[in-house]
Design a protein around this ligand. Sequence first.
Ligand code: IPM
Ligand code: MG
Length: 372
Amino acid sequence: MKLNIAVLPGDGIGPEVTKQAIKVLKAIALEFDHTFLFKEALVGAVAIDEHNNPLPDKTLELCKSSDAILFGAIGHPKYDNDPSAKVRPEQGLLKLRKELGLYANVRPVKAYDTLLDKSPLKREIIEGTDISIYRELTGGIYFGEKKLSEDGNTASDLCEYSREEIERIAHLAFKAAQSRSKKVTLVDKANVLETSRLWRRVVTELAKQYPDVTLDFLFVDNAAMQMILNPKQFDVILTENLFGDIISDEASVIGGSIGLLASASVGDKYAMFEPIHGSYPQATGKGIANPVASILSAAMLLEHFDLHDEADLIKEAVEKALKLNVTTPDLNTIYDNISTNKVGDFIADFISHPKDSNHNFTNIHLGQSTII
Ligand code: IPM
Ligand code: MG
């Protein structure tokens, strides 16, 4: 298969983790005889620095003319600490999601057997957790009208949803549940918010089309608690934009590190693949950022094109890396010198020589990876 992939490394650790995902995709292309062509463009703070625009037209055009987008991370402390900044890096990502119509953000959360003791949660609570979060991505309070009074003392953000916006992602969530454990949990705040009541009504009606799937409801405050108390009760979680943002960071604790969580943002026409973590400015350039979320996002990209054997091999390589402690310091209590780059090397190397990974592990330690 030939794929044109737009690469938007973005800010902070974005470029270093994305580099590993590309390395892994190149190993896959070689192994399975595919042609993946990568073209880079600027987004976020780096784009503001260069073009005074977090999403330059050129970047958007590249995304629209590509088959898929691989996204790194966005954000810079100089904007976080300046509430009066008119242009912000995050606007680049939000505009990208909106312009490309990426309304469904799929975030898988899994407890890896080899990492059960790395999570701050108890092993018996998280063991076997396998959740797929369907977060609505182009509506709600993120995109509603924003107001700030002239004296700067009153502000508001409008939260709005339409039936159509709810239906299109709900269909995807129900379809996903059909090939999983057949349960959808709608997370909302229907005891307070009108938009949540609309979600409940629309999703309840739509559920009739999926009689094999059970639908239940949780208020978001309770869901936040349940995620820690009993995450195994969840199969597919369907939720609106802001609740999905919060609950998915919380869920990342189950896996042991936010550096493991990948995501796919899909619409009717375009698809973008991005780790759920941020730009982690404190780690930039230090080689300590976990590239696994970016690498697993690349696996989701392959799944999107029905390249399941390829995606499975990446996942197998990641599991092998986790098992052998070829991981960055966020997950490693044994070796303290395994860099972002070494993790990428190991995973790419495993893909090229799956039978020979212990040997390659030694080579990587000696700086003699067979991957150039
Ligand atoms: C995410 C991020 C973004 C969001 C930020 C960077 C705008 O937190 O993808 O979860 O809030 O959606
Ligand atoms: Mg987030």
